[in-house]
Design a protein around this ligand. Structure first.
Ligand code: ADP
Length: 342
């Protein structure tokens, strides 16, 4: 490709006259890093295309109650590096009902809003699909640290959460080696083991326990015992919170056998620190690209789709497909973990 001309590209981006005058953006469900850059990108792309933007506070709850703020370019300045979401997020049981969703539609109409961008996880995108089915134009953006949404290689927030977990693993490894201990580190992931698996491989863990793969507590004990006999100074086991029979039960079991295992057992539950923090460079870029693409798709007349990231570009997938089932774990990565654990 020859050298691009900045002015021509800018003209090409805005050369279009659409129906939409005013759109709204909201963040819903579980929070994670990268939501602010995404709101910023939706806002700036929409304004660039000549469309007004309002932000809805506290997800679907704010949509039902009409809690909105006008967003101009300045309103989204300086938020790129902030974790969380300045619009707030919420879980909203009313929106699960037809009555609640009708209430939300009334608010959208009353406020002259022509379309909506929903940034969130599986539940939030299912809500977005319901609104689309009721005839309201909606485009979704996948944001969840679980990385369990179809139609996108990675969701907003995953990379930062992984880096947070890696930082914790590295620190715990230092103390585990000093004291000759085995550490269980529990990550988030109730149904999906992605965070545990990816951080386990990247963090050099001795074992990864995820909901998708069965392993008995006896087998875990055997790995710990073998690691000790091989002369390693520590044994790091990453456990997804959804692994059964659960981290607590495993700690009790291992403690009951600790004399024969060699290592003393300790547990660290990482909990909500995985959701907070400054978004990584990757998440800021991803959020900016997906947010901008979602605003553009909505304004150009798309509805009922999610804008995800595949093969280095933004691609749309029908919301129906995106939320039909949770994305399965990559078993190649799991097999690689088995080889690396040795
Ligand atoms: P996430 O979006 O992170 O998966 P939740 O599953 O808690 O988080 O969903 C967030 C919100 O999305 C819910 O509180 C509810 O308002 C809405 N939602 C979830 N599932 C549905 C559904 N099946 N139909 C309509 N709205 C839903």
């Amino acid at each position: 490709m020859g050298r691009a001309r900045r002015r021509e590209i800018l003209q090409g981006l805005s050369a279009f006259g659409g129906e939409m005058k005013r759109i709204a953006v909201l963040t819903s469900g579980g929070d994670g890093p990268g939501l602010n850059p995404c709101i910023r990108a939706v806002t700036r792309m929409a304004i660039h295309l000549g469309v007004e933007v309002v932000g809805v506070r506290r997800g679907y709850l704010g949509l039902i109650n009409g809690e909105v703020v006008d967003l101009d370019r300045r309103a989204v300045s300086g938020i790129m590096g902030h974790g969380g979401t300045f619009l707030g997020t919420a879980r909203c049981p009313e929106f699960l009902t037809e009555k609640g969703r009708r209430e939300a539609l009334r608010t959208l109409n009353r406020l002259d809003i022509d379309g909506l961008v929903v940034i969130g996880g599986n539940g939030s995108l299912t809500g977005a699909l319901e609104l689309h089915r009721m005839g309201f134009p909606v485009v979704g953006v996948p944001a969840t640290i679980d990385n369990d949404i179809n139609g996108t290689d990675i969701a907003i927030g995953v990379d930062t959460a992984l880096n947070t977990i890696l930082d914790a693993i590295d620190r715990i490894k230092d103390t585990a080696s000093s004291h000759n201990r085995a550490f269980l580190i529990e990550t988030m992931g109730r149904d999906c083991g992605y965070l545990a698996l990816a951080s386990g491989v990247a963090g050099g863990a001795e074992l990864v326990l995820i909901p998708e793969v069965e392993i008995t507590m006896e087998e875990v004990a055997r790995v710990i015992g073998d690691t000790y006999v091989r002369g390693k100074a520590h044994c790091i086991i990453i456990v997804a919170e959804g692994w059964k029979p659960g981290t607590r039960a495993l700690v009790d079991y291992l403690n009951s056998r600790h004399e024969e295992l060699g290592f003393e057992i300790r547990l660290t539950v990482l909990g909500h620190i995985q959701r907070g923090g400054r978004p990584s460079a990757f998440d800021r870029l991803l959020a900016t690209r997906l947010g901008a693409a979602a605003a553009e798709a909505l304004i150009r007349g798309k509805s009922g789709v999610m804008v995800g990231w595949r093969h280095d570009r933004a691609v749309t997938t029908p919301l129906e497909e995106a939320v039909a089932f949770c994305k399965e774990i990559n078993m190649e990565l799991w097999k690689l973990a088995l080889v690396m654990e040795k």
